[in-house]
Design a protein around this ligand. Structure first.
Ligand SMILES: Nc1ncnc2c1ncn2[C@@H]1O[C@H](COP(=O)(O)OP(=O)(O)OP(=O)(O)O)[C@@H](O)[C@H]1O
Length: 588
């Protein structure tokens, strides 16, 4: 995608969030302008005091009112500086919070399936670094821009009243300063974009490296990985230096030209004083205001690279926001009626992006209270079917009915409350056992007792009672410190904790030893009893224990029926399980 439209989108994203900064931003801008404007009476009073002392022989008593006013202006400027800083911080915090909320809401609507194609590290960097990078834009750049729009005009008007010829020199110097200000933006824009692309890639790579540490060690690839990270960090350093170089160079040129313009004013004032065309008071006033005329533009030049960086970061945010979530019909949130849940798929089709359909014309029914096993070779579409039921994705065609009502009509979050889901590799958070089982749901006073009950139902109470701290024992991120069996039991307890009428299980007994499997199988049978259950079955035993089987092949329903009926039919299922059956027969 070309850079320009993105820059406009990034600019409008930042602009849209300006409204969120609200009154604080307006106050920051106002305080900045007022602080700069206070320089005008200050210059007037100071030149008055000096000319009266030097040429009028005024004593301290005569100067007292002027000096008091000068002191008052110094205090006022200090107060305005403080107010500008404070309100600038508040404005930036509000705008960033709004941006962060917008991003989080978008990430939530996208859901895990649509986010799967994106490196987690990159996503984290967008949610944290990119949002943080917009801080100087609101805190410093926007107030500086307001000051540079208002102050030169105020200064110019004051100088015009005092000496219009000097005002003309001010005006001549202004376009040069503005030209360099615009040039400063050009190079920095591209360099900032490169720097951000690199930072996100580095973030993604680092997280990958940390998560894949065991594999890197096992395959002796850690040294190569370290070299790769070092290489990427070096490239990022170079890009960051390029941005700074451009920023410093353009600031230098801007400083040089404004210094030249001020010198020009000084020469003009000097000669006109010499020729007696100007009185000392006015001359000094004009001279004192010359730097003030260019100061806002110089300040804006210094903040411009902050703006470019914020814009480059916003481009990455826009790219994430551009990933479209499915358009959900705007229907009122309702709850699936009844205690039990029946399911009906009608000609459901779904394809990932522009790929071939992962599910095509899928139709089947699951009666309330039935346990149905989903069977099929790898890539048949089983997980996609679960993702549809979990509302991480929506069907491209066809519909899913729950108790005869369209699933699409339910609020996804409300609907998920009706599901107990046990994935193949459950994720555990860096928290204690209670937090990991209750998952923040209605954690009332009796949470401990309810977690203990759920653990008992999952035959896991003894496992966790052994841990130091019992239910308050900390579980490392992603279940570090738990064996495969313990992790599955904990996930089962999680499912028991939620009294949901629909159970979705992704072969929870895969990769377990026979004894643990048998234990867990019993727990699962209890979990499914009286509820509607869909189980992705990789093992023969799981398929056999289901009331009915649905066999998926190449995204289509190949056959359905009981284990025995499907074996007798000699179709896809019979061919799939033939090796397992042969093994079972030959086993002692
Ligand atoms: N996030 C994704 N993006 C693009 N294609 C995907 C994605 N997830 C799955 N697919 C594709 O969709 C098809 C169905 O995949 P799915 O994961 O549903 O199969 P599965 O039956 O669950 O396989 P397995 O038993 O190996 O988990 C496959 O061709 C797969 O490559």
């Amino acid at each position: 995608m070309s850079g320009r439209p993105f820059v406009t989108e990034a600019a409008s994203l930042l602009k849209a969030n300006e409204a969120q900064a609200g009154a604080a931003l307006r106050l920051a801008m106002g305080a900045g302008v007022a602080r700069g404007a206070a320089a005008i009476p200050f210059a007037w009073l100071l030149s008055d005091a000096i000319s009266k002392t030097a040429f009028g022989g005024a004593d301290l008593a005569a100067l007292a009112p002027t000096l008091t006013a000068l002191a008052g202006l110094v205090v006022l400027r200090a107060l305005l500086s403080y107010a500008a800083e404070r309100t600038g911080f508040a404005a930036s915090a509000r705008a960033r919070a709004a941006l962060f909320r917008q991003l989080l809401a978008h990430v939530r609507t996208l859901g895990p399936v649509r986010l799967a194609g994106r490196p987690t590290g990159e996503l984290v960097a967008i949610l944290t670094d990119a949002v943080a990078a917009s801080d100087p834009y609101w805190r410093r750049y926007l107030p500086a821009r307001a000051a540079s729009a208002a102050l030169p005009i105020l200064v110019l008007l004051s100088v015009t009243f005092a000496d219009w010829r000097a005002a003309l020199v001010f005006v001549v110097g202004a376009p040069v300063a503005l030209l360099f200000l615009a040039l400063a933006g050009r190079g920095a824009e591209q360099a900032s974009d490169r720097q951000w692309t690199r930072l996100l890639r580095l973030g993604g790579h680092l997280l990958d490296a940390v998560q894949g540490l065991p594999d890197l060690k096992i395959f002796n690839a850690s040294r190569r990985e370290i070299a790769l990270v070092a290489q990427m960090a070096e490239a990022y350093r170079k890009d960051a230096m390029a941005v700074l170089r451009i920023a410093f160079l353009t600031s230098l040129v801007l400083e040089f030209f404004t210094a030249l313009a001020i010198a020009l004013v000084a020469v003009l004032v000097g000669f006109r004083l010499l020729w007696g065309q100007l009185d000392f008071h006015t001359g000094l006033f004009v001279l004192l205001l010359a730097p003030e005329f260019y100061a806002p533009t110089r300040a804006l030049g210094a903040e411009r690279h902050a703006k470019m960086e914020a814009q480059a970061a916003a481009e990455k945010i826009v790219a994430l926001l551009d990933r479209k979530a499915p358009d959900l019909p705007a229907l009122p949130a309702v709850s699936p009626t009844g205690e039990t849940v029946s399911l009906r798929f009608e000609h459901v089709r779904f394809a990932y992006d522009d790929g071939p359909p992962a599910l095509d014309d899928v139709s089947f029914e699951v009666a309330a209270g039935e346990t149905v096993a989903l069977v099929g070779p790898s890539g048949a579409g089983k997980s996609t079917l679960f993702a549809l039921l979990l509302r991480f994705i929506e069907p491209d065609a066809g519909q899913i009915l729950v108790n005869g009502e369209k699933l699409a009509a339910f609020d996804p979050r409300d609907w998920r409350r009706h599901i107990a889901h046990m994935p193949q590799t459950p994720y555990f958070f860096d928290g204690d056992v209670i937090e990991n089982v209750a998952m923040g749901r209605d954690a009332g006073a009796d949470v401990e007792a309810r977690v203990a009950r759920a653990l008992a139902q999952a035959s896991a109470e003894k496992v966790f009672a052994r841990l130091p701290g019992g239910l308050r024992a900390r579980i490392g991120e992603n279940g570090v410190g738990l064996s495969g069996g313990e992790a599955q039991r904990l996930a089962l307890a999680r499912a028991f904790y939620r009294p949901a009428p629909l159970v979705l299980l992704d072969e929870p007994t895969a990769h377990l030893d026979c004894e643990t499997e048998a234990d867990l199988r019993e727990g699962l049978a209890q979990l499914c009893a009286g509820r509607t259950a869909l189980v992705i079955a990789h093992r023969l035993a799981t398929a056999q224990s289901a009331d009915r089987l649905i066999v998926l092949d190449g995204g289509r329903v190949a056959e359905t029926g009981s284990h025995e009926a499907l074996l007798a039919a000699g179709g896809v299922y019979a061919r799939m399980v033939a090796p397992d059956l042969a093994r079972a027969e030959t086993a002692p």
